[in-house]
Design a protein around this ligand. Sequence first.
Ligand code: CTP
Ligand code: CA
Length: 224
Amino acid sequence: EQLSGASNKLAGKRALVTSGPTYEALDPVRFLGNRSSGKQGHAIARALSLLGADTVLVTGPTHEPDPVGVKIVRVESAAEMLTACQASLPVDVAVFAAAVADWTPAQVATAKRKKNGGAPPSIELVETTDILATVSKAGNTRPRLVVGFAAETENLVANAQAKLARKGCDWIVANLVGGNTGTFGGDSNEVALVTARDVETWTRATKDMVATQLAARIADTLSK
Ligand code: CTP
Ligand code: CA
């Protein structure tokens, strides 16, 4: 009877989580990336799985260990992450914790770019597809609960509320980055849970604790 009580609140439910950075190729050896560690997203996948959810983790390149019991789909680019997320639908809840590149090179060189004595190349970028917004507006296959993240350096709550409305998700987990709040790579996180109705500021906690708290909230909401 180890699986009774808190550990089976999400039994029979399906969850999708994105995590890590994306890598956008410039040529066969170079990419544009970011410093996301994947710690928060991986912890959320682990926490949902511990509550009994059938969990798929779509992740960019990280050094995090694979969460036990979670189906892992490894991707590199934002475009690959979108395809993998769409392939994992339908789910009951989707949590988009990945730091998806906002821009990707317009062209990927098929051979390594070489210095040839001229001026440095400039790189033309195009915007990536917003995975969170796409899944939030997916019609028939929209998960019942869609949770996004927002990393902001200022105006945390106002920016998060604007993102919630623009993207059409249900909740935004907002956190301040930069300065001493250092989220990227760190083990703790100070977040606000922003919904259409209200804003809850959570006390600073480890990323594992934030994940556990978020998974419990998700379980409560899906049980109603
Ligand atoms: N996101 C996504 N696909 C993208 C860009 C962002 O799914 N192409 C998701 C992130 O995983 C996160 C949320 O959108 O859950 C917000 O990401 P964020 O970078 O804070 O917002 P942006 O809309 O990209 O706005 P900006 O970076 O300009 O603040
Ligand atoms: Ca962004």
